[in-house]
Design a protein around this ligand. Sequence first.
Ligand SMILES: [Zn+2]
Length: 344
Amino acid sequence: MKYFFAVITVVFLMSSDSVRDIRKEKQKVLKTIIIDAGHGIRPNGGYDGAKGSYSWEDEICLAISKILVEDIKKNFPEIKVVETRPTEKITSLYRRAEIANENNGDLFISIHCNAAPPVRRSELIGYKQVTYYVGKGKNRKKKVKEVPQYRYWTEPSQAKGTETYIWGAHKTEDKELAIRENSVIFAEENYKERYGPIDVNSPEFVAMALLKTKQFFKRSATFAGMVQDEFVKIGRVDRDVRQRQIGIWVLQATAMPSVLIETGFITNPEEENYLNSKEGQREISRCIVLALKNYISWLEKRQTNENEAEPSSNKPSVKNDVFHFLRHVQDIESHKHSFTYPVE
Ligand SMILES: [Zn+2]
C-alpha cells in the first residue's frame, strides 16, 4: 500500500510531458508480442492437439489466446500484438515462426495444454482352474492349477499443473514430450516439401539454435519464471520452467525470447473443466499479463543499467542468421537447393 501511494505521488509531481516520456521508454523494451495458439483444425478437418474427455486442446489454446490478446491490448496499448493462429484453422509451424520473425517480435508466447497418458490399473478378481498334463505315454498325468484372474482398466492420469518451456541450453531427458511435439511436424501434410531434409538434431541446426539460445535464453528463462510465479500465486500446481533441447520447432526458429506455456492438463478431469471455463481462461490470461508487467519492468531496469544490458548489436545479427536459415527453408520448398547451413 505504501508503495502504491508513493507511485501516485510521483506521478502527480511529474509534468504530463515527463509521464509521456516514461511511456515512450516503456515502448522501447517490448514493441511486439507474438501470441501463438497451439495446434488447430487440419485441412482435412481433424483436430491436431491433445484430446480430453470432452474437449480438444486446439479449442482451449485459441480461447485462452483470444482473451490474452485482448488483455494485452487493454493493459499495454502501445504494444503491437500479432496472432499466428487467429482462427480455428491450423497454421503450419513454419508459418508460425515466419509470422513471428517477419513482425520482428520481441517476445513469443505459445499457448498449449498438457496431456498425460491414462494410468493402467489391475485388480485380482479370482482364480481359474486350468488343466494341464505332464509326462509321456503311461506316465502321462493330468494336473490342475489355479491361475489368478485380473481385471484391467484405465484411469485418467492425475498429473496436473502448469509448466513453461524454453528452448534449452542443456540436453533434456524428456524425450517423450519432444517426440510428441515433433510428431506435429511430421503429421503436417507435405512435410518434406515444407521442411526439406532438415534434421533438427544436425550439428548445423543445433549450432544455430545454440547461438540464438545464448542471446535469448536469459530473457526467455526470466519471463518463463515470472509466468510460473504468477500461476503459483493463484494456487496452481507448479511444474516449473523446463528446457527443451529438441522438440519445439517454433521455440528454435523464432528469433526472439520464446516460451511455450502448458496451461494445464486436458487429461486431468478437474483441470479439463478449469481449462474449458471462461473463469479459468481469464485467470490464465491474467497470470500471463501480470508476468508481462514484471518482465517489462525487468527489461527497463536492464536498459537503464548499461553494464547489465546485452550489446544491442547482437540482436540484429542473430535475427539475420535465423532469417537466412528460414530463407533457406523456403529455397528447399521450391526445390532450388539442397540444405546447407548458411555460412557468413
Ligand atoms: Zn500442444
